[in-house]
Design a protein around this ligand. Structure first.
Ligand code: GAL
Ligand code: ZN
Length: 655
């Protein structure tokens, strides 16, 4: 059954506190507790001297009270003695200097010495606790990023990756275009990781940088597999995962979770400033995480209070937010939602990253809301195999995300945003969208959305052609088909390999950034556009919308092309919500996918079902109380309320 958990750091609190905390957890309806993250120095206080007695005690008390356990490997923060005695285990920053201890996450993931010590503590934990019935899974490390360490080991790893990929240095020089700025290498040994914090990504060769990002993701994946294999040896059958987050160094999560048993994410919807009311991006992120393994997932950290540490303390979660955003995660496929954290830390950098209980430990408003959420989830009995079903897929890729981070297109144009705009349009019609890897199979889908497929993969283009030829509908957006797989520009007319499928050519483009353009359709509908304007010449396509402004007034901005039994759309600009919504309505109609009309902004509907039952979630993702006309009824929602209806309406678990 879908369950609620909490993140707990027993090593920060005296034993007297444990029983009280655990009793309150059990009473509140918490089912699982995540422990031992960051606890390495308490488990191995001196090199080779281990103390598991306190953790044995915690594990016994938790399991004795019927609570399940997620155990973390503590490798994010190694003890100071390790770094002091074995300096090479510290990362080297882009400045070329070694990091120093003081924060966390200083470890080099590929240092053989670090791996020796990490492997030993992970092995001991897995051996000791791996077969305990209360243990329901493992979290490796914490929020692992792509490995951007610049130490000699990591640099050698990068060179080995390039050697394997290119074989001989001439092939790399050609692929990267190293004749520009006299960048030719005579030997792989001359290549370094990107050093020099003065150089922005915009100045470094994009081909070099994309290969570096590919390596950095692989390197992190290798560290995860290293731990996974140790865990699996001693803890057979227990799911292994890691907690994903998004940062400037996000790795390729398809690759990371491809090696793991379940996808997991740390879910911190932004807390608003006064006057802001809702958070429309959150559903996209959750759908993205569900796509990592095309399966339901876990939330290992869920927002529980104001943030504060790296930034001024944020506003408090408004009434309804703690339960609402946790239930939204369930609505989009979470089977476990663990709140970060049970108690607010009284010491250390994150003493103002608020948990469910404040420093006093006295349950307050946030805790009461959490307790209501626990009660609601426990009463619903949602089976873990109740899944979202979608006829619409959106292709997402970390290669593209990295390529666009390396080269900014125009002010305001981000890859993520292109995906979100499309996703939001279908969601506003109450239609589920699966966000899946670009290379994933398309069977079962009728509409496929392809935001900015920049670094062109011919296999993906051919797959989309086959899909449309046999009756599918595809939407391709601007900055598709621009690059070759080495992240150099294709020397052909845009949209390159998509020209045939979309029946269009791009004559010229105008990266207008924060500027705006006006559009209209042949039927007279008007839209606003921004960021980017492709000036199109239809070949076999018909005009879907044309520009109403600028020197390209009257020229096509978006087209629709019949291709085989299906249709392909090419959108050469970044439109407003109305444009994407009309495109969604038209493509759904063409594909014969029913929908219930446009929802008022901020309302989200999703359905989780298995063979025996069906749960419909309606979320008022808004800080105001609002009404929704739903079928023949008018439903009244409190701020951030989620209404869940179950069919058949029984209290017992579904078959
Ligand atoms: C997360 C991290 C936690 C804690 C939390 C604070 O990203 O995994 O360890 O730092 O943020 O909000
Ligand atoms: Zn390193």
């Amino acid at each position: 059954m879908v369950a609620v958990g909490v993140d707990y750091y027993p090593e920060h609190w005296g034993k007297e506190q444990w029983d009280q905390d655990i009793a309150l957890m059990a009473r509140t309806g918490v089912k699982a507790v995540r422990i031992a993250e960051f606890a390495w120095s308490r488990l191995e206080p001196r090199e080779g001297e281990f103390d598991f007695a306190w953790l044995d005690d915690v594990v016994d008390r938790l399991s004795g009270n019927g609570l399940k356990i997620i155990l973390c490997t503590p490798t994010n923060s190694a003890p100071v003695w390790l770094y002091r005695r074995y300096g090479e285990t510290l990362q080297v920053e882009r400045t070329g200097r070694r990091a120093d201890t003081g924060i966390r996450g200083h470890r080099c993931l590929s240092s053989p010495v670090f791996r020796r010590f990490a492997g030993r503590i992970v092995g001991l934990l897995a051996e000791r606790y791996g077969r305990r019935p209360a243990l329901i899974g493992w979290q490796i490390d914490n929020e692992l990023e792509a490995n951007h360490c610049n130490c000699p080991h990591c640099a050698a790893g990068f060179r080995a990756f390039l050697r394997e990929k290119y074989g001989e240095i001439g092939a790399l020089n050609r692929a990267w275009g190293n004749d520009v700025w006299s960048g030719d290498f005579a030997d792989f040994e001359e290549i370094n990781t990107p050093l020099g914090d003065k150089y922005d990504y915009g100045w470094l060769n994009p081909s070099y940088m994309l290969d570096y990002e590919r390596f950095a993701s692989r390197s992190t994946a290798g560290f995860i597999r290293f731990q996974r294999d140790i865990i699996r040896k001693y803890s057979p059958g227990k799911p292994v995962t890691t907690n994903a987050c998004f940062s400037a160094r996000t790795p390729d999560y398809y690759r990371i979770f491809g090696d793991l048993d379940v996808a997991a994410y740390d879910n911190y919807p932004s807390l608003y400033k006064q006057g802001e009311r809702s958070n429309p991006q959150q559903a996209f992120v959750l759908d993205l995480v569900r796509g990592y393994k095309r399966s339901n997932f876990w939330i290992l950290e869920q927002m529980s209070g104001s943030f504060g540490c790296w930034a001024p303390i944020s506003p408090a979660p408004r009434p309804g937010m703690i339960a609402g955003y946790a239930m939204q995660a369930v609505a989009r496929g979470a089977n476990l939602v663990m709140h970060f954290r049970w108690r607010t830390a009284a010491r250390g950098a994150e003493m103002f990253c608020h948990g469910l209980l404040d420093h006093s430990g006295v349950p307050g408003r946030r805790f009461r809301e959490f307790a209501e959420f626990c009660a609601q989830i426990n009463a619903l009995n949602i089976p873990e195999d109740a899944a979202l079903k979608s006829k619409v897929a959106l292709l997402y890729s970390y290669e593209q995300e990295h390529a666009f981070k390396i080269q900014k297109m125009s002010e305001g144009f981000t890859y993520r945003r292109q995906a979100e705009l499309l996703h939001r349009a279908y969601m506003s019609l109450g239609v589920n969208v699966d966000v899946i890897e670009e290379t994933a199979g398309l069977s079962g889908y009728a509409v496929v959305l392809v935001p900015a497929h920049f670094v062109a993969d011919d296999a993906v283009v051919r797959k989309l052609e086959r899909f449309v030829r046999s009756g599918g509908t595809v939407v391709v957006t601007a900055r598709s088909g621009v690059k070759d797989p080495y992240n150099a520009c294709l020397t052909r007319e845009l949209p390159g390999p998509f020209a045939k499928l979309c029946g269009v050519l791009v004559d010229e483009y105008d990266p207008i950034g924060a500027g705006s353009a006006a559009l209209s359709t042949p039927e007279g509908k008007k839209y606003a556009a921004t960021c980017w304007c492709d000036i199109l010449t239809p070949q076999t396509a018909e005009v879907w919308a044309a520009y109403d402004s600028e020197f390209y007034k009257g020229r096509a901005a978006a087209v629709r092309n019949r291709f085989g039994k299906g249709r392909a759309y090419y959108l050469g600009t970044v439109g407003d919500d109305a444009l994407y919504r009309d495109l969604a309505v038209e493509t759904l109609a063409a594909a014969g996918i029913p929908h219930g009309g446009v929802l008022p902004p901020g309302f989200e509907i999703s359905v989780r079902e298995n063979e025996g039952c069906e749960f419909t979630f309606i979320f008022n993702n808004d800080g105001e109380a609002r009404d929704l006309r739903y079928g023949k009824e008018t439903l009244r929602f409190k701020p951030f309320e989620v209404k869940v209806t179950r069919r058949p309406p029984t209290r017992s678990p579904c078959p």
